[in-house]
Design a protein around this ligand. Sequence first.
Ligand SMILES: NC(=O)c1ccc[n+]([C@@H]2O[C@H](COP(=O)([O-])OP(=O)(O)OC[C@H]3O[C@@H](n4cnc5c(N)ncnc54)[C@H](O)[C@@H]3O)[C@@H](O)[C@H]2O)c1
Length: 272
Amino acid sequence: MSFIENLFSLTNQTVVITGGGGMISRAIARVLLELGAKVSLWGRTDKSLQEAKNLLEDQTGLAVNIHTFVVDTTDETAIRAALPEVEKNFAVPDALINGVGGNRGKTPFIETDLQLFEDILKMNLIAGLMAPTKIIAKYWINKKIKGTIINLASMSSYLPLSGVWAYNAAKAGILNLTQAAAKEFAPYGIRVNAIAPGFFIGKQNRNLLLKNDGSGDLTERGKMIIDHTPFGRFGEVDELGGTAAFLLSQKAAGFITGICIPVDGGYLIDNI
Ligand SMILES: NC(=O)c1ccc[n+]([C@@H]2O[C@H](COP(=O)([O-])OP(=O)(O)OC[C@H]3O[C@@H](n4cnc5c(N)ncnc54)[C@H](O)[C@@H]3O)[C@@H](O)[C@H]2O)c1
């Protein structure tokens, strides 16, 4: 094995990726598979998981290293039940990528639908971090496994975006919980980090960033984002996997915990 392979290889690593049918989870899974990992994709519907699996098989030819399991990650019982399935198919998982999360539309503050606000908090904070992290960290502590967690933060973890109140609050919470959990789990050798993607066109933001007339033209909000991104473009989803691989590698990042890496084309350092 070359020096670089030794540094970044994920051979014999088993990684649970939640929101496994989602755009970012799938793109990260591809890179991890190519680096030798076995991935267990967890998602709410078998249909989305099978689509993800088929795509990853086409991209990597590594069907044997892809496991899928239907798990709603707000449901603690379902998460507990999924762990033996991962063990049975591969091994005790070494890593968790919390890929569940998202936003639904935007409104003026005073028009906020509080049920929707609560649903978005729940999706991002409970399903997207608390429930899987709580159960899997406990399972690792009991088994004395030095696992690794990656959370999905956002640009709105740092500075709120207009109109997406629950998403802002939740993503600020993701950054806070990443730091706090990293401190809590450090004595067990469990590392907790985050990635903050800039703007990548996907289900959660397509209607906010692109006009819905099929032209591919940007909305005013889309234009403002590009104007505030020094690289002058949206991200390509394949630009995220390398950061996840780096954070998962014990050899490359074994002394790194509690950080968040922005992958944002410079959005956070924009100035005049
Ligand atoms: N796309 C972007 O530009 C962007 C930017 C910053 C942060 N993020 C964050 O990255 C993460 C992934 O985003 P994405 O664009 O891939 O979104 P996505 O909608 O494509 O993927 C999210 C997946 O999570 C699943 N999901 C939702 N609730 C679930 C639950 N309770 N149990 C199991 N699965 C559930 C959805 O079905 C979906 O498949 C999110 O946390 C998002 O906020 C995305």
